[in-house]
Write a protein that binds this ligand. Structure first.
Ligand SMILES: Cc1ncc(COP(=O)(O)O)c(C=O)c1O
Length: 419
């Protein structure tokens, strides 16, 4: 019989196998200093494009002050216990009410982490007779929530309305046999490529098919829509989203998340969400911090305006220089280049060491072989100087990629990897 750990010793997994070449630099890098447009990486200042602090709240003096005061008043223990048992407070309730109002829903419920909350909400919404229909490019939290489902599930081609309809028809057939219902899950914004989910088109399909819509709007909340209420507001279909989800980990620059919907639906989830029934309540300092951030989202539209000024300057600058930024419809700014993984590594090293530009790099198997995706997250705290310097840096690395410099520089790594 095999030792359970044999596989661990032999195979580190699809990402783990790159650990020797990548750890500490391409993965698990240490960004140091105050969170902002410029931080320190390995002792040197870099322009940071990989921090999801969209509205620049992470290091805002008012936010820091409230966070510090809340920590002083409540420490990190309060309240103890799960919401249902001993972890419920007036402030948790107040935050839920304010969040619900902000996203135009009757009620909201807090989650400790977005990832677990999404998994748990999917789990609570469906039973074995129900059918799930979801985007093939869904975030891991959706995929993992669907994994718990005992019934049928269908993926549709990414943001493809014909494929959505085809899969709704398949789901309908099954649901008619089992006597179950259909849950359709989309993201408000797809975090890698920046496209918005086709919410308007999906909602239109409600005329023909009987399904409920669950939207993960992690990247849309605070960044899209007139008031910042997200992708549903932006597309004019917020009232047709049956369950709305957003995390505090992006625009709100914190930890925690929430779901919102009709009172009866949220009441049901409150009594059936295993991630909240069997885990400690969201810490009070996070609740107080979220109330402050939400207040700023509502009362300081200039934060979102500044964010979009930067997004437009960066995205237009890249397009003017002939870069392929795909079909983004949000702040998420992908830049697609052609090259191998070793070339991508040399390129990112050049960007960081010689140009002081820090962004995330995504390669195969997350995207097709031969493509390099540099993913940038503009924020309200970036400056026009940051953008100009970054655009210059990008022009320079593209030239070196095209003239074979990175191929030469990475020849040793490529040989070692058998690439
Ligand atoms: C689309 C999406 N959903 C859910 C999550 C998980 O949220 P959290 O970081 O609060 O666990 C993320 C990442 O943060 C995300 O990008």
């Amino acid at each position: 019989m095999k030792d359970l750990f044999d596989k661990i010793y032999k195979d580190k997994g699809p990402l783990g196998k790159w650990a020797d070449q990548a750890e500490g630099y391409f993965v698990f890098p240490k960004l140091e200093g105050e969170i902002g447009n410029r931080m320190k990486f390995q002792g040197k200042e870099v322009i940071t494009w990989s921090v999801n602090d969209y509205l620049g709240l992470a290091n805002h003096p008012e936010v820091r002050k409230v966070d510090a005061e809340a920590a002083k008043q409540y420490g990190s223990a309060y309240p103890m216990g799960a919401r249902m048992m001993s972890g419920h407070t007036n402030l948790h309730e107040q935050l839920q009410n304010e969040l619900a109002e902000f996203v135009s829903k009757e009620a909201a419920y807090l989650l400790n982490f977005g990832y677990q909350g999404m998994v748990s909400t999917i789990d609570a919404l469906v039973g074995k007779d129900d059918v799930i229909v979801y985007d093939v490019d869904a975030h891991a939290c959706i995929i993992d929530g669907v994994r718990l489902h005992m019934g049928k599930r269908f993926t549709y081609k990414h943001n493809d309305v014909a494929s959505i309809e085809k899969n709704l028809q398949r789901a309908e057939k099954i649901a008619q046999q089992t006597g179950g219902g259909i849950l359709l899950i989309s993201e408000g914004v797809f975090g890698m490529r920046g496209e918005q989910g086709k919410l308007k088109e999906i909602v239109a399909l409600k005329e023909k098919y009987n399904f409920r819509l669950f939207v993960d709007d992690a990247h849309g909340f605070g960044t899209l829509g007139k008031t910042g209420a997200g992708a549903g507001e932006e597309q004019g279909v917020q009232d047709q989203i049956d369950v709305y989800f957003a995390t505090f980990a992006k625009s709100m620059a914190s930890t925690g998340a929430f779901i919102a919907g009709d009172q009866e639906v949220i009441d049901y989830l409150k009594y059936n969400l295993r991630s909240q029934m069997f885990a400690k309540s969201l810490q009070m300092q996070l609740v107080v911090g979220a109330l402050k951030r939400l207040d700023m989202l509502r009362s300081m539209p200039e934060l979102k305006e500044k964010l979009w000024e930067n997004v437009n300057a960066l995205q237009n600058g890249l397009k003017e220089r002939g870069f392929d930024i795909g079909t983004t419809q949000s702040c998420v700014t992908p830049v697609y280049l052609k090259g191998s993984i070793p070339e991508a590594m040399a390129l990112v090293k050049d960007l960081r060491e010689n140009h002081g530009v820090f962004c995330s790099i995504v390669v195969y198997p997350v995207i097709p072989k031969g493509l390099i995706l540099l993913r940038m997250i503009p924020t309200a705290s970036h400056t026009m100087k940051d953008i100009e310097e970054t655009l210059e840096a990008f022009s320079s690395i593209r030239e070196r990629l095209e003239n074979g410099t990175y191929k030469r520089l990475s020849a040793g790594v490529a040989a070692a990897m058998g690439d």
